[in-house]
Design a binder for this molecule. Sequence first.
Ligand code: FAD
Length: 366
Amino acid sequence: MRYLISVIGAGTAGLIAARRLGELGFDSTVYEQKQELGVPVRASGILSLTGLGRLGVDYSGCVTNVLYGANLHAGGRTLRVVSKKPVANVLDRKMLNDACYRQAEKNGAKLIMGRRMTGNALDELSKGGIVIGADGAVSSVARHFGFDGIKKFALTYKAEFDVEAPESGIVDLFFDKYSFNGLFAWTCPNRKDLLEVGVGLCGGMNAKEAFMKFLRNKEILDLVGGRKAVAEGASMIPLSMRKHIVDEKRRVLLIGDAAGQVKATTGGGIIFGGSGALIAADAVARHIKDGKALNSYETEFRKKHDLDLKLHSVIHRIYGSMGPSAMGKMISTLNALGMSRFLSDYGDMDRPSLVLKRFFLRRLAR
Ligand SMILES: Cc1cc2nc3c(=O)[nH]c(=O)nc-3n(C[C@H](O)[C@H](O)[C@H](O)COP(=O)(O)OP(=O)(O)OC[C@H]3O[C@@H](n4cnc5c(N)ncnc54)[C@H](O)[C@@H]3O)c2cc1C
C-alpha cells in the first residue's frame, strides 16, 4: 500500500520529522497554518549542547549566544550553577525554524503554507495515509482524533530589551510562588546587547500582569528601566505529556508540544520534541516497510525519555509548592552541601537521571 504522510505544523518538531522521513526515503507533506515560517517568535531558544547534538539539525548559523550556566534566586539566596565550559546555546528561533525547513526540503519534504488543517481535512489525510500531529500546545489534531488532554500548562509573557546583561553567558532564574505560581521569571542574554526578560506561571494570575510586576523589581528595573521592549508577547507551554500519543487504528501520531514532550521544570521542549520527531519518523518507516505497529513510537519514546520527563515533573512539583522563604532555605542547604560545585561540574539540563547517577557514583567512589 502506498501511504501519504502528512505532517501538521511546521515548527521544529514537524520539520525534524519531515527531514528524518526524507532521510529514510519517504516523502511527506507539511501543512502550516501561518503564511510565514517561525513568526511571530514567542519562545526562547536555550538548548543544551548535548541535546542539540542529538537532533541532527544544522544550527550553525542560528547561534546568538553561548551559555555557561544559571543563577537560581529565591528568598534572597542564590545557587550558582556555572560550568567552565559552554553548556548551552541561545538560538534565534526564526533562524532555527528556517534551518529545519531547509533540511526537510533538501530531503524531499513539501511544505504547504497558509493551510490550517482541521475536521474533515484531517479525516481525509488519515484515511489514505499517516498523520503526524506537530501542531503545538493547542493541537487540533489531538482534539479532532480524541486524544486525552494535556493536564498542565504554563502561561508565559516575555520581551527583549536592547541592554547588556550583567553576565553575558549566564541565565538568571527567579523563583517566587506568589508572583510566578508554579514556574519562574527569567532573564537571558539572547545576544551580548539583547536581554530577554520573561515570566511563566501555572495560572492564578495574568501572565502580562505578573511580567509587569516583575519589571518593577529593583534588580530588573536597574537593568531595563526606561527601555522600550523590542519584541514582546504571550504564549503557553504544555507541562505534562498526554496519556497516549498514537492512535494505531487511524494512523495518527503526536509529536513535540502536541504530545506534551516538554521538560516540566523549565518548559523547554525542542530537545524532547525533536527526539519524539525522530523516533516517530523511524516508527512510520518501519510501519510502511515491515508492517510494524506505529505504537512502537510511543513505546520507544517512553523507554528513552519517561524517567527523565517524570523526574522533571517531580522537581517541578517540589519547587512549585514552595514559597520563596522555603526555596531560599533549600538553596542555602544545597549550597552548604556543595551542590553548586557538583551541579556546575556534573549537571545536565535535560537528563536529571544522569545527574542522580553521577551523584550516587561519586558517593560510592568516596
Ligand atoms: C516563552 C517560551 C520560552 C521557551 N523557551 C524554550 C527554550 O529556551 N528551549 C526550548 O527547548 N524550548 C523552549 N520553549 C518551548 C518550545 O518553544 C516548544 O517546545 C517548541 O516550540 C515546540 O515545537 P513544536 O514544533 O512541537 O510546536 P510549535 O513550535 O508550536 O509549532 C507548531 C506549528 O503548528 C502550526 N499549527 C498549529 N495548528 C495548526 C493546524 N491546525 N494546521 C496547520 N498548522 C498548524 C503552528 O502555526 C506552528 O507553526 C519555550 C516556549 C515558550 C512559550
